[in-house]
Design a protein around this ligand. Sequence first.
Ligand code: HOZ
Length: 426
Amino acid sequence: MTRPQKNNTRLFKQAEKYIPGGVNSPVRAFKSVGARPIFIDRAKGAHLWDADGNQYIDFCLSWGPMILGHAHKDVLDPVKKVMAKGTSYGIPTALETELARRICQAIKSVDKVRLVSSGTEAVMTAIRLARGFTGRDKIIKFVGCYHGHVDHMLVQAGSGALTLGAPSSPGVPKDFAKHTILVPYNDAEAVTKAFDKHQDKIAAVIVEPVAGNMGVIVPDRAFLKTLRTQCTKNKSLLIFDEVITGFRLGYGGVQKGFGIDADLTCLGKIIGGGFPIGACGGKAAIMDHLAPTGQVYQAGTLSGNPVCVAAGIATLDLLKQLNPYRQLAATTAQFCQAMSNALNEVGLCHTINQMGSMFTVFFGTGPVRDYTTATTSDTAAYAAFFKHMLDHGVYLPPSQYEAWFLSCAHSARDLNHTIQAIRQWP
Ligand code: HOZ
């Protein structure tokens, strides 16, 4: 890389000494793009600055949450106020109900919501609850979808697992994995067949309603509709993992746009405004099976943490007030078109999948509609492109198999700079 890297390199060496691989989440090691990680010093709006003072336009946005841009004053101010009063009590606060109320009002299929500390925990809760509620064990999961690092879900998973070429992790007992039924994404027929085969043993189907962890893949509405129909018919629960899509593609869940209600919805990222949070919600008749009203156990010292919840409330209130979704989607579509033109000019073969403000540039001819077609992408080309863009002040997700995001803070200047950087390829 041509920009200064002295401090980034030094910090990575130090980190490797005390943290496995030098990172606290594998994709951050930049392994699949053959680079060394940058260490972030600060961020503002759509921009990051690393430990060597290099500035970047950020299209990863902490993997999605920073829809308003980094360090937004209207989020930080209430957070500072709450923080000054204390940071964790392990006893209820009024703020938790305030965030829960906003989520329930925004998502029709959610009457009640349990707050947790990450998307992984939200999924863990949803799966246990679905099993406890139905008295069944099996879960249908789609190949290439990623639902956090929950044991039963780390089978043919996307995101970091796919990036590092190990979609199924050692350490997950075969006895657990045997309860996970794998079906190709966007394949309604395969879903019907799986239900025919396992019938009354399926507790739930879990899906990313818009896939974001094998790169962005837009579902056929008929596919999602089949999930709903089959779950209803077989008395199984439909779990929408909206950790990425929740409040990203509209105020609430993407399920509203598709006109399909989930039985359980998992949330994270945006509802914490950049702080660690997760949530699992659904109809009261299901949610009340969680302890202490029901028998399905779930708990957490930092669940509903006041600082995280305050950031979430401020973020949701601003999103409600600004309603940026239509504009963000239009800007993203124009930007994707401009990127595609520039990529064609420099002779880079690509396919862009986009929905609202989430998108992925796949290095291949496409179309990309499932794991099989996503993994035909030229990951070496992506790695070279990633490094070129980083050198030109543009930070992309450090893997072909992740979503890119736009925020309200990206300016026309940022987007033009990005297009010009593509034009300077190679
Ligand atoms: N699983 C995240 C992307 N979908 C990556 C999290 C991280 O590395 O911070």
